[in-house]
Design a protein around this ligand. Sequence first.
Ligand code: SF4
Length: 316
Amino acid sequence: MKAFTYERARSPAEASAAAARMPGAKFIAGGTNLLDLMKLEVETPRHLIDVNGLALDKIEAAPEGGLRIGALVRNTDLAADERVRRDYGLVSRALVAGASGQLRNKATTAGNLLQRTRCPYFYDTNQPCNKRLPGSGCGAMGGFSRQHAVVGASDACIATHPSDMAVAMRALDAVVDTVRPDGSTRNIPIADFYRLPGNTPHLENVLDKGELITTVTLPKPVGGTQIYRKVRDRASYAFALVSIGAVIQRDGTGRVAVGGVAHKPWRVEEAEAELPRGAKAVTDRLFADATPSPQNEFKLLLAQRTLSAVLLEAKG
Ligand code: SF4
């Protein structure tokens, strides 16, 4: 691990300003992903700004009728919160489908959104990887791509986003609230938060340098039957091959976001109009522009069958 300097931030604005001022600075909270990446020297921050002391660990009612989740709320606490379980069951179910109990006890809401891909070539510094080292190439293309993206990928990167919680947040139209180094704040709909890889796969979201997530706001409850179904290579502690986060209403309408298939949680709102016609009609629209490799084209049928199972479950 490379040497780094360390400070504890005393306020979100101070943390943000420090991150913009210090070259090579990174925020650290739970550290469940960042510390692994630092040990492997995939990430080599020169300065760490510890945000754990900021009072961002509360879950509160939002004035507009939703729920405001502090960036530092631990995944375990968010999954177990009575209001989340009652009104946003999709978030709770997605969280408990991810990682392990120990990791969920440490991992934070903001950190979950910002975790890096689990592409094995990204973690292996002997391999080319445009995300880790822009311009170096992509080891996954022409390599093992079974776990990789089938839609929204580029010639530079075919990685997937690993978060389960982000899939649920996308289906529920969460909003990411931030503070910037100049003290201004903004509210970014999660639909606009993540980038596709394009020619710059090292840029994964729209946050500016030093911009700090302070809360994530869930809009008013949308009701419906909320289901998170995750298909993976083993029963626990594994990332999704395909996951479906769905909200299905009594009349058959609903929302569907898919994990494990793209550089971000994959949702195409127009595809949801097809829900009354069944899973195939929806996934045909969701994956109309898919460009799978021979190793991962199975994900298209797997997504269709997983959504089929979700729709059956929603019908009871
Ligand atoms: Fe790197 Fe993306 Fe290629 Fe994986 S898929 S090796 S993260 S560029």
